[in-house]
Design a protein around this ligand. Structure first.
Ligand SMILES: Cc1cc2nc3c(=O)[nH]c(=O)nc-3n(C[C@H](O)[C@H](O)[C@H](O)COP(=O)(O)OP(=O)(O)OC[C@H]3O[C@@H](n4cnc5c(N)ncnc54)[C@H](O)[C@@H]3O)c2cc1C
Length: 364
């Protein structure tokens, strides 16, 4: 057994490092251990909105963007909506680069990192014991970003957002320079859309996403393959994010669940970066025994109705997205998507949303 740590971070991922960067600014002397199971940091793109009234990820955390866009499109086979979003921009960050940035900030303090697989976390009266495949460690508090696969799904409307993305080097004749947020395609029993992020002439991410009760990666892979045609592949990314308003944050006296495992992902979109960054900032002055993660009630309520509409009918879900992106006040929509809606924005969202679909979903 090693000496006792103030905090053990299980996982060197986005949520734990965003938290540590903020928390260490105020609590410089804490003795922290990070236990991570894999040395290699996977490459992937994480995106979010940035602009007035939203937490500034560069200023607060030092994150470096890969690319940003002030014009986006949302479309289906009938409609094509292009919106200018300035002063807001849709920003993509490469995960491995930014994890390294966050890690280098954190390791300047009294922080160690080891690469071992955590097998158990046991909460005892006065401390926590963490066992890995090789060792055991003691801590006063644990920030745990492992996903508990055994957690029962208690939500009949629970959907999964799962996706397959391919970064390609396009053929020289294919010119793609538009940020396509969503292009919906018609499929049975799911909401499927393609998402395109052109980072540079020779680097374009083409992603196929589904919101669905069932996960079928083979099917999604086939759809994605058709889109990339015979282009040269740089790399692939894939993932699954739960979409439910019932995945509640539940801490114990000493264990604080974080990230996807902590229920931080936005139920209606699966987005996690911006709300985790806000959580890290809001909690930096608190004692570890007081750290909580709470979802804003009105946003959660609207997400719940939206998820029900998605579970009922993929066409209804498309109609909601199209209505939001057609809205006169796109800035209200962006702040809503970025978890920073004002009361006026929320009223706008309610006015913009297709009433019949929302009411049907609410009472179904
Ligand atoms: C491909 C992809 C694209 C995404 N795109 C977006 C996006 O555009 N916008 C957005 O907001 N969100 C996005 N997300 C969702 C979310 O932001 C990321 O998944 C984010 O990395 C989640 O942070 P986290 O801390 O929960 O998990 P992670 O960043 O994955 O960190 C968890 C860490 O814990 C480690 N770990 C797990 N089990 C153990 C164990 N037993 N012992 C030791 N270590 C362990 C893992 O190896 C990992 O390093 C995306 C997710 C994926 C997979």
């Amino acid at each position: 057994m090693h000496s006792q740590y103030d905090i053990i971070l299980v996982g060197r991922g986005l949520a734990n490092l965003l938290f540590a960067v903020q928390y260490l600014q105020k609590n410089k002397k804490l003795k922290i251990l990070i236990i991570e199971k894999q040395k290699i940091i996977p490459k992937r793109y994480i995106s979010t909105w940035q602009g007035p009234g939203l937490i500034d990820l560069k200023k607060e955390f030092g994150l470096k963007k890969e690319k940003s866009w002030k014009k986006i499109s949302v479309s289906n086979d009938k409609e094509y909506i292009v919106r200018k979003t300035a002063p807001y921009e849709y920003v993509s960050y490469e995960y491995s680069k930014n994890i390294r940035i966050l890690l280098s900030r954190v390791l300047k303090y009294n922080v160690d990192i080891i690469y071992q697989n955590v097998k158990s976390i046991t909460e005892l009266q006065d401390y926590i014991e963490i066992k890995t495949t090789k060792d055991s460690f003691k801590a006063k508090f644990v920030m745990n970003s492992m996903i508990n696969e055994n957690k029962k799904e208690i939500d009949p409307y629970m959907l999964h957002q799962y996706f397959v993305g391919t970064e390609i080097k396009p053929n020289s004749s294919d010119r793609i320079d538009e940020c396509q947020l969503m292009h919906f395609t018609k499929v049975r029993n799911a909401i499927q859309f393609n998402y395109i992020l052109p980072f540079a002439k020779n680097r374009i991410l083409i992603e196929t996403t589904e919101f669905s009760k069932k996960i079928d990666f083979k099917k999604l892979q086939r759809v994605n393959n058709q889109l990339i045609k015979k282009s040269k592949i740089n790399f692939k990314e894939m993932g699954v994010i739960p979409m439910s308003t019932k995945l509640k944050f539940q801490r114990t006296k000493r264990v604080i669940p974080t990230g996807i495992g902590g229920g931080f992902a936005r139920p209606s979109s699966g987005y996690l970066l911006i709300r985790t960054a806000m959580w890290a900032k809001e909690n930096k002055d608190k004692h570890l025994s007081e750290i909580l993660f709470s979802q804003k009630k009105v946003i959660n309520f609207l997400d719940k109705i939206f998820l029900r509409a998605c579970a009922n009918s993929s066409e209804d879900a498309q109609k909601i997205f199209m209505a939001l992106f057609k809205a006169k006040n796109i800035h209200s929509v962006i702040r809503f998507l970025a978890d920073s809606a004002t009361i006026k924005d929320l009223i706008n969202i309610i006015i913009i949303s297709p009433k019949k679909i929302m009411i049907n979903a609410l009472f179904k």
